[in-house]
Design a protein around this ligand. Sequence first.
Ligand SMILES: *Cc1c(COP(=O)(O)O)cnc(C)c1O
Length: 332
Amino acid sequence: MTPHLHQQYPELESTLPHIELGKSPTSVRRLSALDSVAAELWIKDDSEFGDGGWGGNKVRKLEWLLPDALRLGRHTIVTVGGLGTNWGLATALYGRELGLKTVLALIDQPVDDHVRSQLERLRHSGAKLYFTRNKTRTILSAPYILARNFSGRRPPYFLPAGGSSPVGALGYVEAALELAAQVRAGELPEPTHLVAPVGSGGTVAGLSLGLRLAGLSTRVVGVVVNDTLRLDAATLYRLADRSAQVLRERGARLPENISALTNLDIVTDYLGPGYGRTTMEATTAQTLSADLEHLTLEPVYTAKAMAALLEMNGQGRFGTGTVVFLNTNGPR
Ligand SMILES: *Cc1c(COP(=O)(O)O)cnc(C)c1O
């Protein structure tokens, strides 16, 4: 299927390559058992996005990142993550299908059964692993890792944590245009708010830009779950702006004032003791979602975002609006 981005800006068809890795649109449905107070709650279920073996929000980013690497004639992707990195594993698995090799710099994180099994999968994914342990050593060894992984004279394609580069964020510009099409088709009312977790920021930055391009006045509520990266609103607007820049450079005629984004609210009250460390509110949100909506959340990202949504709704922060929860976690 032609992506909405190419439908809206046909001039991008030949300049901005896209590879379909998931089926769209992902479904939207009412969460009626959870919305007994204030706003009407909905879900857009991006857990459906992917090839079955691996799904969720990283796949939307890879749809634009992998062809961008190929367009530049690169053979290798270098990126970073924790020992149990979902992002690194998704890149290795989807990259391999397209003949791209993945090289990972891995930072220590507390090792539990989940992390151990992720690391085992990484070892079998064909990715080359460097155990750089901490952020400083990763930065210091970056030139070495990049130099060691040239393919002939071709440098590797470098990607930041979580794939949140300006090109990666286009996956969520696309998702916002997709949601707008669902609103136009009458599948759901125009949302007043769209709630999503913020791990490296590409998801909410892309949504912020995409909703504007789609002409929706929906506000993005980004629930920060990571304290190891800078994820304030100014930083995320900058990322959205750089994505807009990519679209312009590739020939898209965007409205003049599109960079002046003001539709993103960053919430930091639900992080708890830190990245990957659970909170009571998150555990409660997880239980409620499972019991009332048969919705499975994981503890690191989606449970904290749902905790924020439920509590803010209880406080009347969304009024009687329409709030969409973006489920970013897929089967893996
Ligand atoms: C990576 C991830 C996120 C965070 O998305 P960013 O674009 O990195 O902010 C959210 N949910 C899940 C399940 C993820 O794996």
